[in-house]
Design a protein around this ligand. Structure first.
Ligand code: MG
Ligand code: MG
Length: 281
């Protein structure tokens, strides 16, 4: 990807992008509240859609040619791009990653989370397999925040991927997807530059005010190799191992960074790194 095609955003544009980010965050929050055994991924899709529309936006996933849903819901060995289905019901102990994005006006948000489906009574399923799934999700989320924290201090974008990779491998033997990476975000959900989740030799884009990126580590319990299922979308692990996906859209500006798809701008999760996100007004 050419670094010349990166559009830097003004403070005013970042403030507008925050509306799309917050609508995306709200959609994921409502989906999280609804996740329970027996609910279908199509029902979750409807909840996300209604939440985004209520905030004056629309789904940007629906703008992707050939895709007609608001979320991707990827269960267990599925990593990303799972298609919501009325016949796909969640089971207690499943590990499900939900990815969603809102467009408001000209501006886009993009965020993903992983949830371990609890029992009917809200308690966690008590098994070694499900505990391992929670740890996989925690490691993936931790790597996302390590990457965001790196962005706050980095000179070049490759420092983000290095921080993500170092965090993941410090936690155990996990696989990091290589064919799917993060991206710039703004007037389109997917823009330059690419944001790798692993160390690359090229320094990448120079971090500067106005850079807006979606950072999205995709981490698996086994080997990183994936396949696309017959539906043409769902990406799952080749070895059947479990997967997790976490994502936030983040803006760099004159006074620091702001996590556009976090309701607190990232304050809570960045505090352990000694980083205070700076709001724009
Ligand atoms: Mg996404
Ligand atoms: Mg994305």
């Amino acid at each position: 990807m050419s670094r010349h095609s990166v559009e830097l955003k003004t403070d005013e544009q970042i403030i507008l992008m925050r509306e799309a980010g917050l609508a995306t965050a709200a959609a994921l929050r409502e989906v999280r509240k609804a996740i329970r055994p027996g609910i279908s991924t199509l029902e979750l899709d409807a909840i996300a859609e209604a939440t985004i529309v209520a905030r004056g936006g629309h789904s940007n996933f629906k703008l992707v040619p050939g895709y007609s849903h608001t979320i991707c819901a990827s269960i267990n060995d599925e990593v990303v791009h799972g298609i919501p289905s009325a016949t796909r019901a969640l089971k207690a102990g499943d590990i499900v990653s939900i990815d969603a994005g809102a467009e408001i006006g000209e501006w886009n948000g993009d965020s993903a989370m992983t949830v371990i489906v609890p029992n009917e009574d809200g308690s966690a399923v008590d098994s070694d397999q499900v505990r391992a799934r929670q740890i996989l999700s925690d490691v993936t989320e931790g790597s996302l925040w390590a990457g965001i924290a790196a962005l706050a201090k980095a000179e070049y974008l490759n420092e983000v991927g290095l921080a993500i990779e170092e965090f993941i491998y410090s936690q155990g033997k996990y696989g990091i997807l290589e064919e799917y990476v993060g991206h710039g975000i703004g007037r389109s959900m997917h823009e330059d530059p690419a944001v790798y989740n692993y160390a690359v030799r090229e320094k990448g884009f120079k971090i500067q005010p106005g850079l807006c990126v979606a950072i999205e580590p995709m981490v698996v319990a086994g080997n990183h190799r994936t396949k696309v299922l017959k539906d043409g979308w769902t990406v799952s692990t080749k070895d059947g191992s479990d997967a997790s996906h976490w994502e936030h859209s983040v803006a760099v500006h004159e006074n620091g960074i702001w996590v556009l798809t976090a309701e607190d701008g990232g304050a809570e999760k960045l505090a352990p790194f000694g980083i205070k996100p700076a709001a724009l007004s």
